[in-house]
Structure formats: structure tokens, C-alpha cells
Design a protein around this ligand. Structure first.
Ligand code: GAR
Length: 288
């Protein structure tokens, strides 16, 4: 049970112990304060007393746990926890769409498919295209679709703030790498946990890592006389092509396949699957 709670709340053992202690102390404080307040009303224990007690502890409980959470260092957790409960009770739905930011520096065929897939969606909006190559095809794709672009430079991206202020300004809910070759700096990985995904044109963990992109991957796959290749969609961590796999699809390698013909098959798979995988990922994140 404790392991389940740790995974659900994304906390370690010490934090879990502090959270449970906060629940216990906050609950006791709330019960005690509720009874003390009721004494002031002079009501005898009866149905009115009972109803008032329930109302009082419902109102007092968030205050009491928040109060106790401060000295136990769990305020941030409980603030979010109470906000979540409040959202559920009030039935308030967040109607604003999730903002996707696409990082791409190539032709932009994947970016185009993603933009087209979500065009007109009420729940998902492609808010920005980030690119590190002036003149890249993806910039024309963005212009044709009226999507703002941000051209980034290496030093600030890799060794500065990673353009985090700009990403925040666009209320980024998911970063989607689609042919982006620079490594994502630790500052961004930390700022968007499980909110940065990448597509790789091979079946990871094979044929990934630094320098493995585009045709280089396909040439390596053909040289190794593989029977199949495919695509991998995965979360991004601080190591190239390494984060947890979300989705893979494969295609056969036929005699006579060249890096160009294989690239075509791979692009076909990418276009067919990437937008849908993004959509189901966002739906899953929305439910959790
Ligand atoms: C895609 O095939 C993608 O998998 C690959 O770049 C291509 C971009 O094509 N990414 C990598 O190789 C990352 N290691 P596009 O610009 O036409 O979308």
C-alpha cells in the first residue's frame, strides 16, 4: 500500500511519512477545533449539533492540514492536494487547451502532421515552434499555419536558462521534439518532468545516442542487416534517446532497401502514429 501511495503521489519514503503525519495531526486538530467551536454555540448534542459539526470540520479540514503541513515541510503537496479535491467537488473543468510546443530543426514533416491533426481542436493547441536552424523547412510550415516561432541559439539553450521564460510565457503543457538534434538541457528536463517527448527513427535502445539521427540511423540499420526497423516515441531525460519508451512501431527491411527508401517507410510510420500518441498521452495526463 505504501509503495502504491509513493508512486501515486510521486514522493519518497520520508515525504510519505510526513504526509501521513500531516493527515493524522491535521485531522485531529480539525476535530478538536470543531468541537471547541460548537461549545460556543451552546447547542446540545443532537441532529442540529451533528449537522453543524460536519459542516464545520469540512470547512476546517483544509485549513488545519495546511497549517500542520507548514512545519512538516509539506505545504506545496497539500496545497496541490486540496486544489485537486476542490476541482473535483466543484466539478470545475479546465477549459483552456493544453499548449504543445514543438522543437524541430528539419523539414518539419512531423510538425506539419501534428499541426494538421490538432487544427480546430478545443483541447490541444500547437502554441509555438522552437527551431535552432535559420532557413529550416519547419519555419515555413509554421508560417503557413500561422504558428509563432522562436529561433534559439546554442549557448543560451545549452548553458543558460534553456529559454525557460519563453516556454513559460506560452504556458507550455507538453514539449514535443520532432527532428530536434540538440540535447535537452537539465534545466528543461527538470522544469517539465514527463512533459518532454521525442520521436526517434529506429527501435531504441538500438541505433540511438549522440550523432544518431536521420539517414545516419537508417544507414547503420541497413549495414547491420537488420530484418526490421521502426520508430520509438519516448520521454526525454538527460541522456540522448534514453528516457522511458511510450510507443514503438516497426516495419520490415526488404532486400534492396536503401537509406532513402527506409527513411520513407519510417516517415510513414511517424506521420501515422506521432499525433495520435501525443493525443492519448495528453488524455492520460489529464486524467491523472
Ligand atoms: C524524423 O524522422 C525524426 O525521427 C528524426 O528526424 C526526422 C525529422 O523529420 N529525429 C531524429 O533523428 C532524432 N534523433 P521531419 O523534419 O520531416 O519531421
Amino acid at each position: 500500500m505504501f509503495e502504491k501511495l509513493k508512486a501515486r503521489w510521486k514522493v519518497n519514503g520520508i515525504n510519505l511519512a510526513l504526509i501521513i503525519t500531516t493527515f493524522a495531526l491535521g485531522g485531529s486538530l480539525c476535530g478538536y477545533a470543531g468541537r471547541r467551536l460548537l461549545l460556543l454555540t451552546g447547542l446540545d448534542k443532537g441532529i442540529a449539533w451533528f449537522i453543524l459539526y460536519i459542516v464545520l470540520i469540512t470547512l476546517l479540514w483544509p485549513l488545519c492540514v495546511l497549517l500542520i503541513s507548514i512545519p512538516l515541510g509539506q505545504f506545496a503537496f497539500f496545497r496541490k492536494y486540496i486544489q485537486k479535491i476542490w476541482k473535483k467537488i466543484s466539478g470545475k473543468k479546465n477549459n483552456s487547451p493544453v499548449h504543445i510546443v514543438i522543437f524541430a530543426s528539419g523539414a518539419g514533416s512531423n510538425a506539419k502532421k501534428i499541426i494538421e491533426y490538432f487544427a480546430g481542436s478545443a483541447t490541444v493547441k500547437v502554441a509555438l515552434i522552437v527551431c535552432n536552424k535559420p532557413g529550416a523547412g519547419v519555419l515555413s510550415v509554421a508560417a503557413q499555419n500561422g504558428i509563432p516561432t522562436l529561433l534559439i541559439e546554442k549557448e543560451r539553450f545549452l548553458h543558460g536558462d534553456g529559454y525557460l521564460p519563453e516556454l513559460k510565457k506560452y504556458h507550455t503543457g507538453l514539449v514535443v521534439l520532432a527532428g530536434f538534434l540538440w540535447k535537452i538541457p537539465p534545466a528543461l528536463v527538470a522544469a517539465f518532468p514527463k512533459k518532454i517527448i521525442n520521436i526517434h527513427p529506429a527501435l531504441l535502445p538500438k541505433y540511438g545516442g549522440k550523432g544518431m539521427y536521420g539517414n545516419r540511423v537508417h544507414e547503420a540499420v541497413i549495414a547491420a542487416q537488420e530484418k526490421e526497423s521502426g520508430i520509438s516515441i519516448h520521454y526525454v531525460d538527460e541522456i540522448y534517446d534514453h528516457g522511458e519508451t511510450i510507443f514503438q512501431a516497426s516495419c520490415p527491411l526488404e532486400p534492396g532497401d536503401t537509406s532513402e527508401s527506409l527513411a520513407q517507410k519510417i516517415h510513414g510510420l511517424e506521420h501515422a502514429h506521432y499525433p495520435g500518441v501525443i493525443e492519448s498521452l495528453l488524455q492520460k495526463q489529464n486524467r491523472s
